[in-house]
Design a protein around this ligand. Structure first.
Ligand SMILES: [Fe+2]
Length: 294
């Protein structure tokens, strides 16, 4: 099958674009690459944009962009999606630097935008703000975790990296431990969007920078059990949660285990079902407050 290889961008809707644009520029340190009447494109890597902001009634993650490989055929990929009984739409030049896209909905209504990256036209990394290395993953609350997990694996070619019990799946489409994670909680909505930082020092600088600008942490810093990433969560101006992380597990696909690290309990650390235990959430022991689940 043709598998998506990388998350390219996440698109959000919200009533107030200005505050959110300012947050991404001033706090996260992304560049505003293009501003249209009702859409803003922001990025900081070889991709033209990693985040798209559009005007909408309420804050939500409406779409996610995924890249297929340079030798993959988009028409073949579309046929593969249709063969699962899913309706697709093909669009030419839907966004700057994306010339051809296949669009369809996942079972909870988020639009998937799958394309081939033809043109590398991203802004340079900024010198001010947090300046993440990349968009890492998007996590969702879902009503039917099994169904949505199967969709990402069967239609987009994701692999399961870990489960927490039978209610929280972590899925990868490249070497990173997870690019999509899905937690069954009784509603379908955005949980958090995560950006990768360099290391623990970068995370400390980021937490101080957030605090200096009036952003309080919701949870962290800590080290997750599943994925083993260092993490810190805060809420962005539109109300959606941002995670900053570093040291996420990376899979050696040929060998079937994650690159060994001193903090791993399993030797080697392979994909598995984790018990619903506090250490699966935070090896350092502090659990999230209610604010994280709002
Ligand atoms: Fe996360």
């Amino acid at each position: 099958m043709i598998r998506v290889r990388k998350i390219a961008h996440a698109s959000y809707e919200m009533p107030d674009l200005d505050k959110q644009i300012e947050y991404y520029i001033e706090i996260l340190g992304l560049t505003l690459v293009e501003l249209e009447k009702d859409a803003a494109y922001l990025g900081s890597t070889v991709d033209h944009h990693s985040v798209v902001l559009r005007r909408g009634d309420q804050a939500k993650c409406a779409r996610i962009g995924f890249q297929i490989g340079p030798d993959d055929d988009l028409a073949e990929f579309e046929k593969q999606v249709q063969s699962k009984g899913i309706k697709t739409e093909r669009k030419k030049d839907p966004e700057p630097t994306i010339s051809d896209v296949v669009m369809f909905e996942d079972p909870k209504g988020t639009v998937m935008e799958v394309f081939k990256r033809g043109e590398f036209a991203g802004p340079r990394f900024q010198a001010k703000g947090i300046v993440p290395h990349k968009l890492g993953h998007v996590a969702f609350h879902v009503t039917e975790v099994k169904k949505v997990t199967d969709f990402y694996c069967d239609v987009l070619g994701f692999r399961v990296s870990d489960w927490m019990g039978d209610f929280f799946s972590f899925l990868r489409c490249g070497p990173d431990h997870h690019t999509i994670n899905l937690m069954e909680t009784g509603s379908n909505r955005h949980f958090h969007t995560a950006f990768e930082l360099r290391d623990w020092g970068h995370l400390q600088t980021a937490c101080d920078y957030l605090s200096l600008h009036g952003y309080k942490l919701l949870w962290g810093p800590g080290r997750h059990g599943i994925g083993h990433n260092l993490f810190a969560y805060h809420r962005s101006p539109n109300g959606l949660i941002t995670e900053l992380f570093a040291e996420l597990d990376r899979m050696n696909e040929e060998l079937g285990y994650f690159e060994p690290r001193p903090w791993h309990r399993d030797r080697p650390q392979r994909p598995k079902v984790w018990e619903k235990d506090p250490s699966a959430s935070n090896l350092w022991g502090i659990l999230p407050g209610e604010e994280m689940m709002k």
